[in-house]
Design a binder for this molecule. Structure first.
Ligand code: 5GP
Ligand code: ZN
Length: 115
């Protein structure tokens, strides 16, 4: 946990986001600036700053984050039509919040390559 981290404050319940899923280790909530009809962020409650900080013991946690992404896609009814999952890392990746998070964006046609 990091005292001044926005997503840690959400994980601790000090700031209440628009939560769509929560369990002991994971929280998922709607992005404040959605990039599609549905845009959810899936975070671990543990403070891991970036993808570069992942360690072997995080493997199950990351797998669980993707299982939550799948569940959200089913709940939001775009599992079959499709959706985008993204983890931005550091400056060139466009990361702005340094608590690892999985973007789940759906409800519109995505394009490739991303900007
Ligand atoms: P990044 O650029 O780090 O991959 O993504 C950070 C995401 O967090 C952005 O999509 C941004 O809109 C979202 N975000 C930033 N501040 C808040 C907030 O206070 N509440 C919510 N729900 N999302 C936020
Ligand atoms: Zn944090």
């Amino acid at each position: 946990m990091s005292d001044d981290c926005l997503f840690c404050k959400m994980a601790r319940g000090e700031i209440k986001p628009d939560t769509v899923y929560e369990d002991e280790k994971i929280l998922a909530f709607r992005d404040i600036n959605p990039q599609g009809p549905v845009h959810v962020l899936v975070i671990p409650k543990e403070h891991i700053p970036t993808l570069n900080d992942l360690e072997e013991h995080h493997a199950e946690l990351l797998g669980r984050m993707f299982l939550v992404a799948k569940k959200i896609a089913e709940q939001e009814n775009f599992a079959e039509t499709g959706y985008r999952t993204v983890i931005n890392c550091n400056r060139h990746g466009g990361q702005e919040v340094f608590h690892i998070h999985l973007h789940v964006i759906g409800g519109r046609q995505m394009t490739w390559p991303p900007g």
